[in-house]
Write a protein that binds this ligand. Structure first.
Ligand code: SAH
Length: 354
């Protein structure tokens, strides 16, 4: 390994092509080498410098010594016997762990990535936040979750959702760089419209993101239609009211032309009544938002119970009657610790026990 890894985001795989040209220039290399190297890292998804056969051996040796290549190491892989969904646990260069999920849909393969190690948002139903925030992920560490999965499954990834552990807008600069590199024509070139970023609702960052004028989908984790209820589920709701959130969403829609998705996890006797559905309709209607209902995934430390099938169906019905575009999230990977942060948590607990 040699020297210390640079701070998150400075490693060679986190550099845009322009930045990579500058770094190689400082090493006395010609600009076309940057193009070759970028291609190996971001298109051919090389797992080591050794594979980069059109680079001179001397350059590869120098890079190996000076610029450790961020490549995530697969620690565990679980495949759902029900639907083929795969959950991966990866080790980062500093041995922190993150999880990612691979799902197969009719329209292509989708990968759900983590944006932080742990999370500091504290949502009551979520496993990712139980141990707090460890650190932000570098752009390379977000990208490489997708790269390793595409290399391991040998199938093209066409959709990416930033809906794993962490709050993406709490790691804003790295997220933006990641989005640019993921959708850049010199990399995997995934269409911006095939990328979704999910946030618990950090209002000022929603305005910032709107200003970037990207064509990605913004998903807002709403989970309650009144401030009072939302505050019981999500600490972030103490900071920003639903009214402020809706204004930010309207601005996002205005600036980008992209409709917002509302995520709403249904918890028995907490937010699944007919009155809740009515209030949610009043929020979603004016924004033409799509509502994605998620039967809450029970996390043993949390004690929330999933709404009954009938209650879920009635809730959906009520929204539809109000003209809201609504889907129930298919529960993929139920048998493999599908919910955010569950696999990492279990792995750490098992390691502790030895
Ligand atoms: N921090 C971001 C993205 C990560 S969570 C956000 O808050 O949106 C992705 C989605 O899963 C969010 O809507 C989150 O609220 C939801 N979620 C987390 N734990 C869950 C659980 N146990 N059951 C159902 N949904 C859950």
């Amino acid at each position: 390994m040699g020297e210390m890894t640079r701070t998150a985001g400075e490693d060679i795989k986190s550099l845009t092509l322009e930045e990579l040209k500058e770094r190689l220039d400082r090493m006395g290399e010609k600009p076309f080498r940057a193009g070759q190297l970028y291609d190996w890292m971001h298109r051919k998804l090389a797992g080591s410098y050794g594979e980069m056969t059109n680079l001179p051996a001397s350059l590869r040796a120098l890079l190996q010594e000076k610029e450790p290549l961020t490549v995530l190491e697969k620690k565990r892989e679980q495949t759902s016997g029900i639907d083929g969904t795969k959950k991966f646990l990866f080790a980062l260069p500093d041995q922190n762990l993150v999880e990612s999920v691979w799902m197969r849909y009719q329209h292509g393969n989708s990968v759900c990535i983590s944006s932080q190690v742990g999370c500091r948002m504290g949502c009551r139903f979520c496993a990712s936040t139980l141990g707090g925030l460890e650190r932000n992920l570098a752009p390379s560490e977000m990208l490489d979750q997708i790269y390793r999965i595409q290399a391991l499954t040998k199938e093209r990834v066409s959709n990416v959702v930033v809906m794993g552990s962490g709050e993406p807008l709490d790691n804003y600069d790295n997220l933006l760089k990641f989005l640019h590199m993921l959708t850049d024509e010199n990399g995997l070139h995934i269409s911006q419209r095939s990328v979704t970023v999910s946030t618990c609702g950090i209002v000022p960052r929603i305005y910032d993101l709107a200003g970037e004028k990207l064509q990605i989908t913004l998903a807002l984790s709403l989970h309650a239609a009144t401030d009072e209820k939302r505050r019981k589920l999500m600490p972030i709701a103490q900071r920003y009211s639903i009214r402020e959130l809706m204004e930010a969403c309207a601005y996002y829609f205005e600036q980008t032309g992209r409709r917002i998705t509302f995520e709403y996890s249904l918890v028995k006797d907490v937010n699944d009544s007919s009155e809740d559905a009515q209030k949610l309709s009043a929020l979603a209607g004016p924004l033409s938002s799509h509502v994605n209902l998620i039967p809450v995934n029970p996390v043993k430390e949390r004690g929330f119970v999933q709404s009954e099938r009938l209650a879920i169906a009635a809730f959906k019905n009520k929204l539809e009657k109000n003209g809201i575009n609504v889907t129930i999230r298919r529960e993929l990977g139920r048998d493999i610790d599908g919910a955010c942060g569950q696999l990492r948590r279990r792995h750490l607990q098992e390691e502790k026990k030895g």
